[in-house]
Ligand binder design. Structure first.
Ligand SMILES: Nc1ncnc2c1ncn2[C@@H]1O[C@H](COP(=O)(O)OP(=O)(O)OP(=O)(O)O)[C@@H](O)[C@H]1O
Length: 596
C-alpha cells in the first residue's frame, strides 16, 4: 500500500506515531506534565507578590482571576506565608525537574528506537526488493535515504516533539496571562498571531528548500558512488578532473540550498525577539493610553508574557528546524513506496530437495522492447555441467539471471523436477545457488568471514574453510599472510589481485555447499596457469554439483556435458565439445579464433 506524507500537523503526527506508537504519546504526555508543573510553579510567584513591600499596589486587582490561587491555600488550610509559598515552589520545580529528567531519558530511548526501527524497516525493504525493481532504482537515492535522510528524519522527530513541548508551555502561560488580565492578553495574542504570518512565509520557503535538499542529496550520493566505484578508471584516464567539476557543481547547488535555509534561519532568529517586544510595547502603550490602566495592574501579565514569549521563540525555532528536515519524510516514504511496489512476493512453501533436473521450458524474455531470449529450452540434469557460449550481448547473463530466479520469464517456465520454480519460495531455492560473477564480490571483513559468510569460527568450520581454500589454490597465499585467515579484505584490507578475489568468491560458494553453481565468466580475471588450476578444481566438482558455466574462453568448458550456443537470444546449437565442433560452423570458427 502506498503511503503519502500528509503535510499537516496531524499527518506528521501520524507518520511518527506509525513508527513509535504509544511511546510517542507517552513522551508527549510527559512533556505536558513538565509544562503543567512549570505553569503551576510560576503561578506561585503570584502569592509571593503579596509579600513585597507595596502589597496594596499588587493586590487583588493586579492578579485578575489569579487571586483564586491564594484562596486555594486557604482551602487546603495552609497558611499563606512566605515559607509555605516558597516551599511549594521548591517542591513544584523539583517535581518538574524529575519529570523533565524522565522525559529527556524517554526521548533518548525514543530516538534510539526510532532509528533502529526505521533502519531495520529499510534493510528489510531492501532485502525483499526484487532484482528488476532494484535495477530501476537510483543507487544514489537508496544510499542517501538510508544514511543522510534517516538522520534528518530523526532530527525532524526531535524538533517535532520540541515544538509540541514549547507549544504546551506557551499555552499554559497564555492561560495564566488570560486569567490575570484578559484584555492585555488578547491584544498580545492578536499581535503574536499577526507576527506569525511573517514567519509562515519563511517556513514555507524553508519547507521547499528541505525537499530540494533531499533531491540534491540523492544526486550527490549517486556521483560519489560512481566516483568511488570507478576511481581507477577516472584516475587512469584523467577523467577525474571533469568528473570533479560535476561533483563541484552539485556540491555548489546543495550549498546554495543550505545557504538559503541558513539565511532564513538567521532572519527568523534575529527578528523574533525584537518583533515580539515591539508587539508587547505597543500593547502596553495601548493599555495605558486607551484603556487607562496603570502599569501596576499589568506587571503580572508582563511577567507571564515574558515566559510565554520565551516559549513562543522556542516553538518557532523548533518548528523551523522541523521544516528544514521535513523533506526527508517525503524521501523516506517515496523510497519505501518504490521498494514496496517492487517487493518480491515470496510463497511460503519451500522448494523440496532438487533430485533430477532443472528444465527451462519455452522461455522468452524482453528488456523493454528488446527481445533478449527467444524460446529457450534447456534441460540441466542434476550434477551435470552445462555451458553457455555466444558473443557479447547474446543473452548469456540474462539466462543465468533467469536460472537464479532473479528475473521472471515473460513466457515459459522454469521447472525443478517438473514443478514450477515460481510456485515455491524463491529464497529457499536461492539458498542452494552459488553464483560466481564476472566482478568478484568481496566484503570489508576478514578472509575467514568473507569465505564462510560469518560462520562461527570453530574447529569444524575451520577445517571446512581450509578444504575450500585448498580447492581454490589459495593455501600458500593465505599461509604467507601475517594474520592468516584473519586478514582484513575489502576497502581497508590488503590489496589483492583480481585473480585472488575471484578465487575467494569461488571458495565462498564451495563453502556454502550449494547444489547449483553458476560461473558467470568466473575465471576471466585469472592468468592461464591459475585458470588451469581452478579449471582442474572445477573439473573435480564435475559430477558432484550441478553447474552452469558461462565462458568466453572455450578452453574452460571443454569438458562440459552439454554446451549451448546462443546467438541473438536463441539457442542455435547444442552438444558436447566434439559434437559442437562437428555440427556448428559458428562454434568451429569461435574455437579457431581462440587458437586452441
Ligand atoms: N538491465 C538491463 N536492461 C535493459 N537491457 C539489458 C539489461 N541487461 C542486459 N540487457 C540487454 O540484454 C541483452 C543481453 O545481455 P546479456 O548481458 O544477457 O548478454 P551476455 O551474452 O551475457 O553478454 P556479455 O557476454 O557481454 O556479458 C543485451 O542486448 C543487453 O543490452
Amino acid at each position: 500500500m502506498n503511503r503519502e506524507i500528509d503535510h499537516t500537523i496531524l499527518g506528521y503526527f501520524k507518520f511518527f506515531y506509525r513508527i513509535l506508537g504509544n511511546k510517542l504519546l507517552f513522551t508527549m504526555l510527559l512533556g505536558l506534565g513538565v509544562s503543567f508543573l512549570d505553569g503551576i510553579g510560576l503561578a506561585m510567584f503570584i502569592p509571593l507578590l503579596q509579600f513585597i513591600d507595596n502589597a496594596a499596589a499588587v493586590s487583588k486587582e493586579s492578579m485578575g482571576g489569579l487571586h483564586y490561587i491564594i484562596n486555594l491555600f486557604q482551602w487546603f488550610n495552609v497558611p499563606v506565608n512566605i515559607y509555605s509559598v516558597l516551599g511549594l515552589m521548591v517542591i513544584t520545580f523539583s517535581v518538574k525537574g524529575l519529570l523533565n529528567y524522565f522525559q529527556l531519558m524517554q526521548q533518548v530511548n525514543l530516538r534510539q528506537l526510532f532509528m533502529v526501527k526505521l533502519r531495520n524497516e529499510q534493510t528489510l525493504d531492501l532485502q525483499e526488493l526484487k532484482y528488476s525493481g532494484f535495477l530501476n532504482l537510483d543507487a544514489g537515492k537508496i544510499q542517501n535515504t538510508l544514511t543522510t535522510e534517516v538522520s534528518r528524519v530523526l532530527q525532524a522527530v526531535i524538533s517535532f516533539m520540541g515544538s509540541f513541548k514549547g507549544l504546551v508551555m506557551l499555552l499554559s502561560y497564555l492561560i495564566l496571562a488570560f486569567l490575570s488580565n484578559w484584555q492585555f492578553a488578547m491584544l498580545v495574542v492578536l499581535g503574536g498571531g499577526l507576527s506569525n504570518l511573517v514567519f509562515r512565509k519563511i517556513f514555507n520557503s524553508v519547507k521547499q528548500s528541505s525537499v530540494q535538499l533531499s533531491f540534491k542529496g540523492h544526486v550527490f550520493n549517486a556521483y560519489i558512488i560512481q566516483a568511488v566505484h570507478s576511481f581507477k578508471y577516472l584516475k587512469a584516464t584523467n577523467y577525474f578532473r571533469i568528473f570533479s567539476l560535476k561533483l563541484n557543481d552539485i556540491i555548489k547547488q546543495m550549498e546554495q540550498v543550505n545557504r538559503k535555509i541558513g539565511y532564513n534561519q538567521s532572519i527568523t532568529a534575529s527578528v523574533r525577539e525584537p518583533l515580539i517586544i515591539l508587539i508587547v510595547a505597543i500593547v502596553i502603550i495601548l493599555q495605558i493610553k486607551l484603556l487607562g490602566s496603570n502599569l501596576g495592574s499589568i506587571i503580572l501579565s508582563i511577567l507571564l508574557f515574558y515566559r510565554a514569549l520565551v516559549s513562543l521563540i522556542s516553538v518557532q525555532a523548533s518548528w523551523q528546524s522541523f521544516m528544514q528536515n521535513v523533506g526527508s519524510l517525503n524521501s523516506l516514504e517515496d523510497l519505501r513506496n518504490q521498494m514496496q511496489e517492487n517487493k518480491e512476493v515470496q510463497i511460503e512453501a519451500a522448494l523440496p530437495d532438487f533430485k533430477k533436473e532443472i528444465s527451462l521450458s519455452k522461455l522468452d524474455f524482453w528488456y523493454g522492447n528488446n527481445h533478449v531470449l527467444k524460446n529457450i529450452n534447456i534441460d540441466i540434469e542434476k550434477n551435470q555441467t552445462i555451458a553457455l557460449v555466444g558473443e557479447s550481448g547474446s543473452g548469456k547473463t540474462t539466462l543465468a539471471n533467469l536460472i537464479t530466479g532473479l528475473i521472471k520469464p515473460v513466457n515459459g517456465d522454469i521447472l525443478i523436477d517438473g514443478k514450477s520454480l515460481f510456485d515455491f519460495n524463491l529464497d529457499s531455492y536461492r539458498s542452494r545457488i552459488g553464483y560466481i560473477s564476472q566482478e568478484a564480490v568481496i566484503f570489508t571483513d576478514t578472509l575467514f568471514n568473507n569465505i564462510t559468510f560469518w560462520a562461527e569460527k570453530n574447529d569444524r568450520n575451520l577445517q571446512r574453510f581450509w578444504e575450500v581454500i585448498a580447492q581454490t589454490s589459495l593455501t600458500s597465499f593465505i599461509e604467507e599472510l601475517e594474520n592468516k585467515e584473519d586478514t582484513q579484505l575489502g576497502d581497508n584490507g590488503i590489496l589483492i589481485s583480481g585473480g585472488q578475489k575471484q578465487r575467494i568468491s569461488i571458495a565462498r560458494e564451495l563453502y556454502k555447499n550449494a547444489d547449483i553453481l553458476i560461473f558467470d565468466e568466473a575465471t576471466s580475471a585469472l592468468d592461464s596457469e591459475t585458470e588451469r588450476y581452478i579449471q582442474d578444481n572445477i573439473e573435480k566438482l564435475h559430477g558432484k554439483y550441478t553447474m552452469v558455466i558461462i565462458a568466453h574462453r572455450l578452453s574452460t568448458i571443454k569438458n562440459a556435458d552439454t554446451i549451448y550456443l546462443l546467438e541473438n537470444g536463441e539457442v542455435t546449437a547444442k552438444g558436447n565439445f566434439n559434437e559442437m565442433l562437428d555440427s556448428s560452423v559458428r562454434f568451429q570458427r569461435m574455437v579457431a579464433l581462440q587458437d586452441f
